[in-house]
Write a protein that binds this ligand. Structure first.
Ligand SMILES: Nc1ncnc2c1ncn2[C@@H]1O[C@H](COP(=O)(O)OP(=O)(O)O)[C@@H](O)[C@H]1O
Ligand SMILES: O=C(CO)[C@@H](O)[C@H](O)COP(=O)(O)O
Length: 585
């Protein structure tokens, strides 16, 4: 068989990355363009412009990065003529506003000029794209939640309560504040469909799972929500948002899979194979779950600057506490995502206080975390929020509580603990555990979901109650299948062993070494599988295919959780809930 390659892109906030793999799923090349360093003339800091609460990025910089990354592949003499499939992922929620001329400009690109020269002057109605760190849409979030009846209803329809960074509130803000730009916009892309469109040389629709990050898509009915679309349309006479979004989004799983040929521009300029197919691009977190052979009830814990927990489930249990997306590659499945702002930075603070210096050494911290549980810290629980937190939704606060282990009731709040290292890790891991429990199948399936410290029953009448009022036995029904750890802090054995003990996976805990590549790698695997599936070289669905082909040596099976130990941590569930409730008092 002739050699074939597959490319996976990752357009994140700070860089554009592109990996190439072969049919054996081995990475054969990697190139990246760092925006601040390689394209410093745009003047971004960490890839963005910050102006008060408004945070965005120049679209021209992305056009230039696309040419530069292909240039780098060409310079290293990579055989782009052997690339048969391309897919990828991008930062979620951002949007690109295209003009009426954009589609024909994309279709008539000439290889003798750059993308910037041909597209920047006339293809955009806004020079910048909102970034996910933007905080300027509080008013629009309120308007949108009011339109559908509130936060819980918004989460029920779109998989998330209204968030500043989500695309719907961002589009509403443009529709309200920039009437002329909005009127002149004929198409709005997500960052994922933006890159997909440039590579295809025509405007292409959004991908369905990434569209779930907009607060506009009705997940259960697979269509844009009419009330939310009408709200945005009402701001400008005669405007039609569904048309601007190019109609219904595309699925990554319905056979034949959506595909388009690579643009002639890349064929002529960089010698990309003229028969190369582009497959749907998705959001970066969605691609991350495609980088591992995850199955139902598997949990991925990303311990980066923030902590992100991703979980694969076949139950749609939306909540204002977390996000639900349609799974990008497994039909009738969903990806749940919980984002915590206070991850590594909060642990670093505790570490530095313990060291009483700026050495950055984790040695003492780790020793405390690994020390055997003793009576002195058994009745302690804390919140260590140096930054405003998303779950629970509270301002920055530190609070430490002692409780009665037989009742779970808090007995006193204290200013200091002997062992903050152990307590911060314990409290962070427990917060993940209680919040993933309702999402694990056969636990609280179909009945409950946590929301801002409350349990909300979505199946019948909406009932609100504190999660500590749920019988503890319900929290003892479900353990994850496997847990996979990725991100910078996953290097720390003491930390992930403690997390693993508390989360209690039934079938092992794994560390993934290739973490900095996971989004681009997910894109590569998606490109490879889509190519084989569409060309009938495989009949397996994505998860089965990846499970069979995956290079398991890339995963380190570092720990087997123990049921008894997992049970022993249940005494903290009630006091954690009481402590969280006390934060907003
Ligand atoms: N040995 C370690 N123990 C605990 N945390 C670590 C260790 N090494 C790195 N980290 C944490 O990892 C974080 C960076 O993770 P990374 O995944 O690279 O970040 P990002 O989310 O920005 O991609 C840092 O904030 C640091 O505190
Ligand atoms: O907003 C979210 C998820 O909801 C972020 O996870 C962005 O998708 C992150 O993008 P990068 O950090 O990769 O730029």
């Amino acid at each position: 068989m002739t050699e074939r390659f597959y490319l996976g892109f990752d357009l994140s906030t700070q860089q554009l990355k592109c990996l190439a793999i072969n049919d054996k799923l081995t990475i054969v090349a990697s190139e990246s363009v760092e925006f601040d360093k390689d394209l410093s003339h745009y003047g971004t800091e960490k890839g963005i412009y910050k102006n008060g609460k408004t945070i965005d990025a120049p679209v021209a910089m992305w056009f230039e990065a696309i040419d530069l990354i292909f240039e780098r592949y060409k310079e290293r003499k990579f055989p782009l003529e052997k690339v048969v499939g391309i897919s990828g992922s991008c930062q979620q929620h951002g949007s690109v506003f295209w003009s009426e001329k954009a589609d024909s400009l994309l279709k008539t690109l000439t290889a003798t000029k750059t993308l910037v020269e041909q597209l920047v002057p006339h293809s955009l109605t806004r020079k910048t794209a909102p970034n996910w760190q933007d905080h300027s849409t509080a008013m629009q979030c309120d308007e949108m939640e009011t339109a559908v009846g509130g936060m819980v209803e918004m989460a029920q329809i779109t998989g998330s309560k209204a968030h500043f960074r989500f695309t719907g509130p961002q589009i509403l803000k443009v529709a309200e504040d920039e009437h002329e730009n909005y009127d002149e916009t004929s198409c709005i892309s997500l960052v994922s469909s933006f890159l997909q469109s440039v590579l295809c040389g025509k405007l292409t629709p959004l991908e369905e799972s990434d569209a779930c990050g907009m607060n506009l898509y009705d997940i259960e009915n697979h269509c844009y929500d009419k009330q939310l679309i009408s709200l945005i349309d009402s701001k400008n006479q005669g405007s039609d948002l569904t048309k601007k979004l190019l109609g219904d989004p595309i699925s990554s799983t319905k056979k034949p899979l959506w595909t388009a040929n690579v643009s002639d521009y890349f064929v002529k300029k960089y010698n990309v194979n003229a028969l190369c197919s582009i497959y749907p691009f998705t959001g970066d977190n969605l691609a991350t779950i495609c980088s591992l052979p995850l199955q139902k009830n598997d949990v991925l814990v990303s311990l980066g600057t923030s902590t992100t927990v991703l979980l694969v489930t076949d139950s749609y249990l939306p909540s204002p506490d977390y996000h639900m997306f349609i799974h990008p590659t497994i039909p009738r499945h969903y990806m749940a995502m919980i984002c915590y702002c206070n991850g590594s930075l909060a642990r670093e603070k505790v570490r530095d206080q313990l060291n009483n210096d700026n050495s950055g050494s984790w040695e003492r911290f780790n020793k405390e975390v690994s020390s055997k549980d003793d009576k002195s810290s058994e009745n302690e629980i804390g919140v260590y929020f140096s930054l405003d937190e998303i779950v629970p939704s509270v301002n920055a606060i530190h609070k430490r509580a002692k409780f009665d282990v037989s009742t779970g009731n808090i007995t006193e709040f204290v200013d200091k603990f002997e062992n903050d290292s152990k307590n911060i890790v314990k409290s962070q891991a427990l917060s993940c555990r209680v919040r993933i429990t309702p999402l694990l199948s056969n636990s609280l399936k179909g009945s409950t979901s946590t929301g801002n410290g409350n349990i909300i029953n979505y199946t019948s009448e909406k009932v609100k109650f504190d999660f500590s009022d749920l019988p503890l036995s319900d929290y003892m029904k479900a353990r994850p299948n496997r847990v996979f750890f990725v991100g910078g802090a996953a290097k720390n054995d003491s930390l992930i062993k403690k997390y693993a003990a508390i989360l209690g996976a039934k079938n092992g805990n794994f560390r993934f070494a290739n973490t900095s590549n996971s989004c681009a790698l997910g894109g590569c695997y998606k490109a490879l599988w889509s190519y084989l599936y569409n060309n009938e070289e495989t009949t397996s669905e994505f998860d089965k295919f990846l499970n069979e082909k995956f290079n398991w040596e890339e995963l380190e099976h570092f720990y087997d959780s123990n049921e008894e130990e997992w049970r022993s941590y249940s005494i903290y569930i009630k006091p954690l809930s009481h402590l969280e409730s006390s934060l907003s008092e």
